[in-house]
Design a protein around this ligand. Sequence first.
Ligand code: SAH
Ligand code: SF4
Ligand code: F3S
Length: 440
Amino acid sequence: MTKRGYFIYTFGCQMNERDSESLAGFLQQMGYDKALAPEDASVILINTCCVRESAEKKILGRLGELNKYKKEDSNVIIGIGGCMVQQPGMSEKIRNSYRHVDIIFGTHNLHQLPLLIEQCHQSKNRVVDVWDSEGEVVEDLPERTVEGIKAHVTIMYGCNNYCSYCIVPYVRGRERSRQPKDIVAEVENLVRQGVKEVTLLGQNVNSYGKDMNPPLSFGALLQDVNGVEGLERIRFTTSHPKDFDPTLIEAMARAPKVCEQIHLPVQAGSNAVLEAMNRGYKREDYIELIAKIRQALPNVALTTDLIIGFPGEREEDFNDTLDLLEKVRFDNAFTFLYSRRSGTPAAEMENQVSDEVKRERFQRLLQLQNKISLEHNQKLLGQVVEVLVEGPSKTNPDKLTGRSEGNKIVVFDGQPDLVGQLVSVKIEEARTWTLLGQIL
Ligand code: SAH
Ligand code: SF4
Ligand code: F3S
């Protein structure tokens, strides 16, 4: 009997996870079932990321390992697609060095997967199709079926910002927004399936709708999504400081389902580095923006992304980043060591920082941020937070877990029938990454 299972490995960001859901949907439409392990699958895909070299290394390692499934059964189809493949020369490299790969596709033609699989079946040949540039937004993606109470909804594709270190604009193309009616219809469909919380995704959601005629605003979209009955919570990511329009703060306040939580990547605290990064703001602008946000939303939870060891980052620049962390006091920060991406301007810059210096700075930064994160959580001791219950805690299956409005993990006692409900939890213990408490 031929196997009809599929297995997808996903690397990278939430947008990629969302893309993998679409790939899964296409395979289901073709009659494949989700396999629990790659050995049970007749189609194995890798959806790739290339934002840092470490991701690429892992992916190529995994791709090599997949050869064993092909050796066991030559009918198994192995495919690779997504951001990494979109880089110049990469699909040739894969074609030449990984002979067991049957299908190669890019970020702009995910929707062609069924066609590529058909072609591969018919011709018994390898099929490579990577589009150089983005086409129109494709809306006839498979109807989504979701498990659980949280889902991601892509509201726009691509990025126009060209931060000097970043590969994303090259592999994801220019910004293209989806129509609000299509986004709302997708959210309504998710809610019918039991979803209570959606996260709206884009590389820079603040420029949502600017590519449309007439232009639309992200604030108006929040209002539209807020109107979906049965939906409890809305989050969004990522915001860009240079485009964060203060009217969005008002829009957040007007749309009660929007959580008071903002992920606002600053990347660095030194003006020299920010300029070299082509970020379009100064540290003073960022600090002022945060003050405005906190004034309007005093309980807002703020998180950020930081890059350590950007070319030319001196000790004094790094100290500016530490100083910014002390001033802004993020709830949490995601920190990355700068990774040289070929084709980006920063890769050509002189004064690349050594790995040793990057790692040493990383440790110092982590120590400071962990202390601040813990202090934020300790402030919640004795307070009551509203939690959307997700299910049993992974680390402690006798207990339930969920997220607070500020997106913090909360663990507490309770019955599984509370899943999907909003409950009030009194915080009794605060750790760096988790809050523990009791339901009121
Ligand atoms: N569009 C989003 C995030 C894109 S990628 C934004 O602008 O914030 C997610 C994070 O990866 C970035 O915020 C950045 O911190 C990090 N990143 C991007 N390119 C990188 C590189 N070359 N090396 C290290 N980190 C990088
Ligand atoms: Fe990359 Fe900058 Fe675009 Fe974010 S805004 S995806 S960091 S180029
Ligand atoms: Fe990676 Fe592509 Fe996302 S490069 S971070 S998967 S947009």
